[in-house]
Design a protein. Structure first.
Lengths: 886, 114
């Protein structure tokens, strides 16, 4: 209690110091006077008496210091004093402070921006109850190891019946629907879910209720739950929406609930649509779905609390093998994989983000090295100041704490500015980022992010401040007092340390430049890949005809025939066509086939083909040339004729060396699949993305397999996007309630497919540029400082007959040495680290000699440039003036 | 005068308190002189150390001060015991006696044997 009271008194002692100091001085003065009076009375001379009084007191100042220490909390006191002093001293050198804070702000800001995204994508908890227990259930195929496959409903029903590891297991699939009735007709992505879906996911609605267990079968399925975004966008956030009726796919639905903001589940791997769903409808399995046929759904499951992921996986693997035995036709070669939902959602961006996080860490290290080098330079100019402080009795610890306070202050200022930079940076990143990144939403500066920034700032202070502070507070700085203005040993040591910092900056910059160079080269290679079709001048638009309105195949066929006809007649249009699945626009259909006259291979090893339904116009629009044979006839395009066109890759793979034309194949697309004659062979096109090899492809004429959803394609000579309104009008003229969706040019589709690569390489280039700039500043700083320090030496050299060229060569040589050393350290490091990049690279080796050569040239050039200016200054220095520095 | 002893750590506070109890309000110089005199000049007190000790007692609430005028007309701080200070004397005296009694058992041959 007593010591607590004393502590409070001492903390309060921080205030009102002036009065206390005066009182103490007065008290001590009267003490001495009383002592002198007594001694004089005892017969001493006044002078001797005063001397004795002071001796017995132990000195005025020492006593005052003793009392002061007792009065306040010394640590806090000295910290505050350090801080005040640091502010004063930094304000005295605004140039240094500005450069340092700006450098740190760049480093810390870039780190904060990237961490914000890393946090949102990889670390932040999902908006589900107990998300760690939710897993995504995929099927796997031995022929495509490591890839997740959508699931078959029959399999799902068996899993759900047999697995005991889960509280619940729910199936779902995304589909397109149209919202009409209020405002513009609009195509939306909906998710059909089993009624327990929301319980499995672990979410509760914001308004209304979730689906009841008996909702889903025909007649009990006209209920819908809205996402928060759709509720806001289309219904203005109206809370009375629950219970109201809306029209989806031309059928009335009752809205029973609204989900909270950010709640939803979009699995890119399983989506046939490629966009996050905005509303939910219930579904129930049809009796025929219990029979094994096709894979097109996704599933999630919630682990029971007492079951681990490994146990559940083991159980599912066992179930998969028993299913293989039961349905060898369907399940041979198929397995089951459980993926924690967090991994599934972050999966795609995770590796890229880790690389970027590493790269941005390097930028911060370079910024630190730069600041450390600046601090060292500042330290050498402050040698006298510190020597005087030491001579006056400041301990090394005091000087060190003073210097570190200054560094911490700098780092915190840098951090604060960095947060501002990061706010813009994040907005920029989101604008540049591929859709899969923003899909998660909720990317913003949050508490954990700010904590991260604070931590990074403090670490930065330690990292870049410690060495200079240790060097600056070295006790032998007193030597420098004797040496006058010339540099002593500590000056030489500091200069060496600075060079070491700059060399490591160069080395780190080499790593970043190599990384950026490799990514750029890969991106360039990727962009130059010929997709096999024309990408310019093509507009595409998806049309999804509601089955409620277009019940029979002939109606659907008539609609698309009319649409293609009307669009083809628009001014400026060269060709028009329709296709079931557009290249680069997401998942598409692929299945097994049987070749007539050839032995049927064992289960799991059947030939596989992509299947597209299209008209001749599609080939014309896309510019896919006919290699051999013929196109579809008009009759084949109107009425089924059991013919197909296949791609080059198909003919090569399945009819190697023999004639494919005239052969007959049966493709497992429907319940019964007649043999169809191959009448033509067209050139290959890239279909999934630019980096995937063209796969065997089968084109059906439209009547053979009627799709309600097709993509219209139009080729024009002019600006393709300008056609969009006319396209819209043409469709409305056929059916006024029919919306169009994904109205985009082929160019846009292709660009979107490499958005991730563009994003990561763009950022790496940005970071590498920053690194190069910082390294250049570092070299420039250390060289021009050295020039100042060695002015006298140059004077002597000049006096002894060295001309300007000699001196310039001397400095340039110094700069070159730094660059060479940095390259010598950085190149092997880059070689090592570029291995981590290889999986992001397309047809580019990690050890690409051209990239490495380019980096060497660029860095050498920048190093020379950065040392050229100081060198020129040194060479121009008049010998006399230089000698005056001596 | 014989050899002089330094003041043991921790005992100075008790000496100050006891002095103030005996003599009433007194200034720093007076307290220091009185401690020396009481010890029969056997203690060598660095007068400077009395001031941090006084500040500490003040912060702990054992003493308070008033500004007053000394015998020879100098403005000086006069320290006096507070009620809590008196309690502190009683407490510390007991502690001290306990400590010396224990030490005595080690130092007296009789005590050690019994």
């Amino acid at each position: 209690m007593r010591s607590l009271r004393a502590l409070v008194a001492r903390a309060l002692g921080l205030f009102g110091r002036a009065g206390q100091e005066r009182d103490l001085a007065e008290e001590l003065e009267s003490h001495v006077q009383m002592h002198v009076d007594d001694a004089v009375r005892a017969g001493m001379s006044p002078e001797a008496a005063r001397r004795e009084a002071l001796t017995r007191l132990g000195g005025f100042d020492a006593t005052r210091e003793l009392v002061r220490d007792r009065r306040r909390v010394p640590l806090l006191e000295s910290a505050l004093r350090d801080l005040r002093f640091a502010i004063r001293s930094l304000r005295k050198s605004p140039g240094f402070t500005a450069v340092t804070v700006a450098t740190l702000a760049l480093g810390i800001g870039a780190n904060t921006a990237i961490f914000t995204i890393v946090h949102a994508v990889m670390l932040a908890p999902l908006p589900f109850h107990d998300p760690d227990r939710v897993v995504v259930v995929w099927e796997t195929n031995v022929q495509r190891p490591g890839r997740s496959n959508v699931i078959g409903p029959a399999n799902f029903l068996r899993w759900r019946g047999r697995a005991t590891a889960f509280q619940s297991m729910s199936a779902f699939y995304d589909f397109r629907t149209s919202l009409t009735g209020s405002g513009e007709p609009e195509e939306l992505v909906a998710q059909a879910v089993t009624p327990d879906f929301f319980a499995t996911l672990g979410v509760t609605p914001l308004l209304g209720r979730v689906f009841a267990p008996d909702e889903g079968p025909d007649g009990r399925d006209s209920v819908a739950i809205l996402s928060h975004a759709l509720w806001q966008r289309r219904f203005g956030g109206d809370r009375t929406i629950v219970g109201r009726s809306i029209v989806l796919n031309r059928r009335p639905f009752t809205v029973i609930g609204v989900m909270p903001a950010g709640v939803g589940l979009f699995l890119k791997t399983g989506s046939l649509v490629g966009k996050p769903p905005e509303l939910w409808e219930p579904f129930a399995f049809l009796p025929e779905q219990a029979q094994p046929q096709g894979r097109y759904m996704s599933a999630i499951a919630r682990l029971r609390p007492d079951v681990s992921l490994e146990k559940a996986q083991a159980q599912m693997t066992a179930i998969a093998s028993s299913l293989t035995a039961e349905w060898p036709q369907f399940d041979t070669g198929w397995g089951i994989r459980l993926v924690p939902i967090h991994d599934e959602l972050a999966g795609e961006m995770r590796p890229v983000l880790l690389v970027l996080f590493g790269a941005v860490g390097f930028v911060l290290l370079i910024a630190c090295a730069n600041v450390a080098s600046l601090l060292l330079a500042r330290g050498t100019t402050r040698v006298r100041e510190i020597a005087i402080r030491t001579a006056l009795g400041a301990s090394r610890a005091r000087v060190l704490s003073q210097l570190m306070t200054e560094n911490l202050l700098l780092a915190l200022c840098g951090g604060a500015c960095g947060i501002l930079l990061a706010r813009w940076g994040v907005a920029l990143l989101l604008a540049l980022s591929p859709a899969s990144l923003t899909g998660l939403g909720r990317v913003h500066l949050s508490g954990p992010v700010l904590g991260f920034t604070a931590l990074v700032s403090i670490l930065t202070a330690g990292l870049c401040g410690l060495a200079p502070a240790l060097a600056g507070s070295r006790p032998e700085v007193q030597e420098s007092l004797k040496e006058g203005t010339r540099q002593g040993t500590s000056g030489v040591r500091a200069r060496r340390l600075r060079k070491a910092f700059v060399v490591s900056e160069v080395a780190l910059a080499v790593v970043l430049l190599v990384g950026a160079g490799l990514m750029l080269k890969s991106l360039r290679t990727l962009r130059r890949v010929d997709p096999g079709f024309q990408r310019r001048g093509i507009l595409t638009a998806r049309v999804n005809l509601p089955s409620a309105r277009y019940k029979e195949d002939p109606e659907v066929m008539r609609f698309f025939e009319q649409a293609v006809e009307r669009i083809g007649a628009l001014p400026g249009v060269r060709a028009a066509g329709a296709v079931s699945f557009l290249p680069f626009a997401g998942l598409a259909a692929a299945t097994d086939l049987v070749i007539q006259g050839e032995p049927v291979p064992p289960h799991g090893q059947e030939p596989v083909t992509e299947v597209r339904v299209c008209d001749n116009g599609y080939f014309r629009v896309m510019g896919i040339p006919l290699r051999r044979g013929r196109m579809f006839t008009d009759l084949e395009q109107r009425r089924s004729g059991d013919v197909v066109i296949v791609s080059d890759a198909f003919a090569r793979r399945y009819f190697a060396g023999t004639e494919a034309l005239g052969r007959r194949i049966s493709v497992a697309m429907a319940d019964t699949n007649p043999f169809m004659e191959i009448v033509g062979i067209v050139a290959d096109i890239k279909d999934a993305d630019l980096s995937t090899e063209a796969r065997p492809m089968t084109y059906y004429p439209v009547p053979q397999l009627v799709y309600n959803a097709m993509t219209l394609t139009v080729r024009t000579d002019g600006d393709a996007l300008a056609l969009a309104p006319m396209l819209q009008r043409a469709i409305r003229s056929i059916d006024k309630d029919q919306p169009l969706s994904d109205v985009r040019t082929m160019d846009q589709w292709v660009a979107a497919s490499i958005a991730k690569e563009r994003f990561s390489s763009g950022l790496l280039v940005l970071f590498a540029g920053l690194a190069l700039l910082l390294a250049a500043i570092g070299i420039y700083g250390v060289m021009s400082y050295a020039v100042g320090q060695r002015a006298a030496e140059f004077g002597i050299r000049a006096a002894l007959g060295a001309d300007a060229g000699d001196i310039r060569a001397l400095i340039l040589g110094d700069g070159a040495r730094i660059a060479v050393l940095g390259l010598a350290i950085g190149t092997p490091l880059a070689l090592l680290l570029s291995q981590a990049l290889t999986k992001f690279l397309y047809q580019t080796r990690g050890a690409d000699p051209l990239t490495f050569a380019a980096v060497v040239v660029v860095l050498a050039g920048v190093a020379l440039l950065a040392s050229y200016l100081p060198a020129r200054r040194a060479a121009r220095m008049a010998p006399l003036e230089a000698l005056r520095h001596f | 005068m014989g050899e002089k002893q330094d003041v043991w750590q921790g005992t100075l506070a008790l000496m100050i308190l006891k002095t103030l109890e005996t003599l009433g309000p007194l200034h720093g110089y007076g307290i220091a002189r009185r401690i020396e005199q009481t010890s029969g000049d056997r203690l060598c007190l660095n007068y400077g150390t009395i001031y941090p000790a006084l500040l500490r007692l003040e912060q702990e609430g054992s003493i308070a001060f008033d500004w007053g005028v000394s015998d020879n007309n100098r403005r000086a701080k006069f320290y006096k015991l507070t009620r809590s200070g008196r309690r502190q004397i009683a407490l510390e005296t007991r502690e001290w006696e306990k400590t010396t009694a224990i030490l005595a058992r080690f130092l007296t041959p009789d005590g050690a044997r019994s």
